[in-house]
Design a protein around this ligand. Structure first.
Ligand code: ADP
Length: 402
């Protein structure tokens, strides 16, 4: 039972009572944890021989060394020992026992018990008072130890709970990745088949010299089918890439390649697809990196197509490659809508799309940058973005040089 359970057990009752009951419960648990010989009941029993021993030592000191002034101190020693090992209750009991013993054997007139009269009580008051102080201090120390013990137990229980939750989350995440990967594999074949058939039909229709009205409608429908299956295909490819990278199944085919060349071919391809202006700035000498050229090409393609997608059609995009001391640098700059600081923190998250992108007609699944990040990191590199709203964005990729 943890502290919270103890408190919920007593909820709906008066707070003072609840606190008392909680403390009693904690004490019970504390007592259950300490070794048997330190249980309070043993302390009460042990008080009798300990006080007897202290009394004998005191009387021995008194008669053997009559000039020894502090013979009564042995009685305090006994109380301290009991308080240290057995806590407040037994300590108070030993104070009472010691007071009676002192009264009978030490305080004149010896052989009588005056503690129950005002005069006797007054004589023993300093001893009783000091004894009670010792017991109180011990009690506080004990309570602090108890609190520390329970705080430690609570922390341990919570740490265990966290570890367990983490484990469950990881398992759920693995299950999700597994499901995505299986679903993507299953979807890939039918989508390819639909898109292929739509393409064949479109080709056939386009060969017709005369196009009746209803054929025009069919062509429009087929074009829509083809466009939508192409989108779905991109999604499935991205999901497959992501799951194979994350599950560690992706084997990078590492070889020496020129980052400048990879960028040049991506830029040429993107220029021909989009018809947009894409400037490329390359250094005089090749920038050789050890990498999987297909995967790096995928990163450059994602970044350049994003730059084109999120900037006005008349504005140019610039790709720059350079070699620094220990790293190859790639920059993809656009003069588009930019990204707010808040969104910048999330753009590399899986399935994240900025609110503007979601409401716009720009298609996407929020997977491209997550894939780029995974690929770059698998190559031991870094990817980040600097951007301001309405002031364009620059994506940076740093890859270790050979
Ligand atoms: P998407 O398929 O939505 O483009 P990405 O993972 O490639 O997914 O990008 C995530 C989000 O980051 C995008 O939805 C967009 O909001 C933002 N983003 C990415 N590149 C740019 C860019 N060059 N300019 C402005 N916003 C961008």
């Amino acid at each position: 039972m943890n502290l919270e359970t103890v408190s919920t057990k007593y909820k709906d009752r008066r707070p003072g009572l609840v606190r008392l009951r909680q403390q009693a419960e904690l004490r019970k648990r504390y007592v259950a944890q300490i070794p048997r010989w330190r249980h309070p009941i043993i302390g009460y029993l042990a008080s009798i021989p300990v006080v007897g021993l202290a009394l004998s030592a005191m009387l021995l000191a008194k008669y053997t060394f009559p000039s020894f002034y502090f013979s009564g101190a042995t009685m305090f020693l006994g109380v301290v020992v009991i308080a240290l090992f057995w806590g407040v209750g037994p300590a108070l009991f030993s104070v009472l026992l010691s007071a009676i013993a002192l009264d009978y054997y030490y305080v004149p007139p010896v052989g009588t018990t005056d503690i129950f009269s005002w005069a006797g009580l007054l004589q023993l008051a300093p001893f009783l008072f000091s004894g009670i102080i010792i017991a109180t201090i011990t009690g506080q120390r004990e309570a602090a130890r108890r609190r520390a013990l329970f705080a430690e137990q609570e922390a341990q229980a919570q740490a265990q709970e966290l570890t367990q939750t983490n484990l469950e989350l990881e398992q759920a995440n693995q299950l999700k990745d597994q499901f995505l990967s299986m679903a993507s594999h299953e979807l890939k074949t039918p989508i390819t088949s639909i898109s292929g058939q739509a393409q064949v039909m479109l080709r056939r229709i386009s060969k017709k010299k005369e196009m009746p009205e209803d054929l025009v409608d069919i062509r429009t429908t087929l074009e829509r089918i083809y466009e939508q299956t192409r989108r779905l295909n991109t999604l499935v490819d991205d999901l497959l890439s992501l799951s194979s990278i994350r599950s560690g199944k992706l084997n990078l085919r590492i070889s020496a390649c020129n980052l400048g060349e990879i960028c040049r071919s991506v830029v040429e391809e993107q220029r021909s697809i989009s018809g947009r202006t894409i400037d490329i700035v390359l250094p005089d000498s090749p920038v050789i990196i050890q990498a999987d050229s297909d995967r790096i090409s995928q990163v450059v393609t994602n970044l350049v197509s994003n730059a084109l997608k999120y900037s006005p059609s008349e504005s140019p995009v610039r790709v720059t490659v350079c070699a620094e001391k220990k790293a190859a640098m790639l920059e993809v700059h656009d003069s588009g809508q930019g990204i707010s600081q808040e969104e910048l923190e999330h753009i590399f998250d899986t399935f994240y799309r900025a609110p503007d992108a979601q409401t716009s007609k720009k298609s996407g699944w929020g997977l491209g940058l997550a894939i780029c990040k995974d690929i770059v990191e698998r190559h031991g590199g870094r990817i980040w973005c600097k951007s301001q709203v309405n002031d364009g964005s620059t994506f940076f990729v740093e890859l270790p040089l050979e």
